[in-house]
Design a protein around this ligand. Sequence first.
Ligand code: SF4
Ligand code: SF4
Length: 300
Amino acid sequence: MTGTIFDIKRFAIHDGPGIRTTVFLKGCPLRCFWCHNPESQSPSPVLMQYPSQCIGCGRCLEVCPNGALSQGEEQIIIDRSRCQVCGRCGAVCYAQALVLLGRQVTVEEVIAEVLKDRAFYQTSGGGMTLSGGEPMAQLAFATALLQAAKGEGLHNVLDTCGFARWELYEAVLPHLDLVLYDLKAGESSAHKIATGVDNALILENLQRLSETGVEILVRVPVVPGLNATPEGIAALARLVAALPRPVPMELLAYHRLGESKHTAMGHAPADLPDAPPEAELMHDLVAAAEAAGAECRYEG
Ligand code: SF4
Ligand code: SF4
């Protein structure tokens, strides 16, 4: 069994309890305008370019089989209409000015990497987290990873946007200890404008998940122009408070990390909000969520 990942992060401390290894799977059905990981959205590998790293050795120009690279006045120029994303340039670019993000790996390879830190999981209550992208977009691979990790006695976390058929969640549930469940906007049309999809399926899945025994933490990215007001967060908190059992919420402040990644992918600059929300606003939003009946936290 193989799947496509774009990163494995060891010693992660924000993706569930304890010290964890987070495996980032490629592919996502949403297109959030502020996405922190735009390189994760496509299911296929992407070629990233960081011109400031280039040392001008010219190796990449020699190996491209498609004539997609040329030497510009200030940097290597990529003709992305000719690039077949074969990765040969990245393989010879020791300066890491060209990097192919995304690789096929087996379940065994990933688990071997994850198990390197087993001792840390045992002392900290950590384990493995699947993130992305959207792990549910590679259901068979995600299920096999979770099953293998559970077979090793690890604590498993799924970080999901909630946009997958319920039957798919049923398939992974037996292998999960905690679900980090993203909520972005309570109002359907605002959700669609911000992410490309309606939120009906996401809300329905959250309701169904909360009817199971799995632990859930609802995570809300606080994004100016979308939900960064007391009213916007209170609307989400009311949805969470109405679930059949208490489910905690966590607010995460939007940041502009995705901006440089869009540039590295050769995209037009993303239309991002200027300023991340300040700590004072975040604390006000926590208060608004709690006034609306939800248990809420922010660890800024
Ligand atoms: S191989 Fe890398 S460092 Fe060398 S010219 Fe190409 S982009 Fe620059
Ligand atoms: S990924 Fe392959 S086709 Fe694309 S620029 Fe690099 S060597 Fe050329």
